[in-house]
Design a protein. Sequence first.
Length: 553
Amino acid sequence: MPQKMLVTYALPYANGSLHLGHLVGMIQTDIWVRFQKMQPETQCLFICGCDGHGTPIMIQAEKLNISPEKLIDEVKENQERDLKDFWIDLDNYYTTHSKENHTLVETFYERHLKKGNISKHTIKQAYDPEKNMFLPDRYIKGECPRCGAKDQYGDSCEVCGATYAPTELKNPYSTLSGAKPIEKESEHYFFKLQNYTDLLKQWMHKQTLQSQVIHKLDEWFEMGLREWDISRDAPYFGFNIPGESHKYFYVWFDAPMGYMASFVNLQKRRSDLDFDAYWGKESTFDLYQFIGKDIMYFHTLFWPALLQGANFRMPTAVFCHGFLTVDGQKMSKSRGTFIKARTYLNHLNPEYLRYYLATKLNERIEDLDISFEDFMQRVNADLVGKYINIASRSASFIHKYFDNQLSKALLEPELFKTFVDKSASISEKYKNREFSVAIREIMGLADLANQYVDAKKPWASIKDPQNKEEVHAVCTMALNLFRLLTIYLKPVLPDTAKKIEAFLNIPELHFEDRHQPLLDHTIQIFTPLLKRLEKTDIDALKKEALQHAQNNG
Ligand SMILES: [Zn+2]
């Protein structure tokens, strides 16, 4: 029986389009999932969706003069299209603003209420007296209490780097109305996270978490877990708290339940999926959750505690990744390095980004840089110059002299075996999310294959009719090595692999197919599979990114 696993990636927020920052984690997760789906011993599902609640969505919808429902429907559709075009192989993409999620949120709430994990008390918060609403910190600006710089956010100063509480800002104002915030009292609901300290510690030590995550968790445990405010006052876009007409669940309360809601929604198309088998307390299936490092607290403390207390299973592991920088700096609209997924797609092949990210990704929580100069060199040297080159320099002989037919025998079984044996190591790297090492090993094999063709020189040998049989065997050998490389690269380059399957005239490749060489078999005409990346393509991409930035102010 294959091990069943459910994989999730953090739900993108529904107030705008996806950008390259989202794609780092999406692509990381997708490569991992595609690798798993190519193994006979695992059966893997990949689900995600958009996170549709909260003040920013309400404000954004107001600005656009549409309903929040319409906003998130449109954004979801766009996000889904972008993800599909980057070959993200999701089994379902859903939304937290759904009936399924509403039911789940009430279930969680009721179960925790019964267990005495919910408390209520009154707190004071900043309030906008003109907009008549409580203000999240991000909507309050003012002068830095240290250097006096104007228009600084409520937590830190961009000019001098000081950090402080929003109440310390001088001359504070609401960014929504310009009014001076007042303090106002309101009764809030809290989840007693501290009740779960011991269980969370046990969970942390049982799981395969990254060492940096464990370190962070230790810090948080040391500081002591505190109760967590899970309610917001109207006006708010979210789910009402049962029995309250003007209070809502905080977006972060219902967002992670969106993973489950996406699963429940998928069950409508997949009647074979059993909810309890995946989510029940006794589940023996795996649950892997990939996230960005900024939301670690929610996913390694709140979420496992909410699951545990509501009688559901906890995650098998939570995998965090770092942030993206472009050309060594934070993505910036004014430099044209804040690039939306769609802007990229308008100019460059999505697989180039997948490949480039794979050459950089590892299991640690490190920020990752796209330098476009390096990007171009890697894609051209590795993919076009090494990998595809093996096919383009041998396929033409098979067509011209051998009627598209591969030879009957394998010329170099030892070399073939070297490639097959490398699978164990490459698979290990994929499994452990050490993609950059996997790629180095695969490209090492591509070098070997090219050296082989260089040494055999079919273009010279073919001139002597006596060598015809040898050229047939050499080119067949080269295409067999190319096929093995294609298996290993398929999690990263799914579309190219599909085209190669058509060229080789074979069914979908899996890792198990590596053992059997392809011989005495008719292939199709070779057509160029990937084109060189030119500087003009990258310039055009940056130009469009800059135009978007200017148009949006
Ligand atoms: Zn300052």
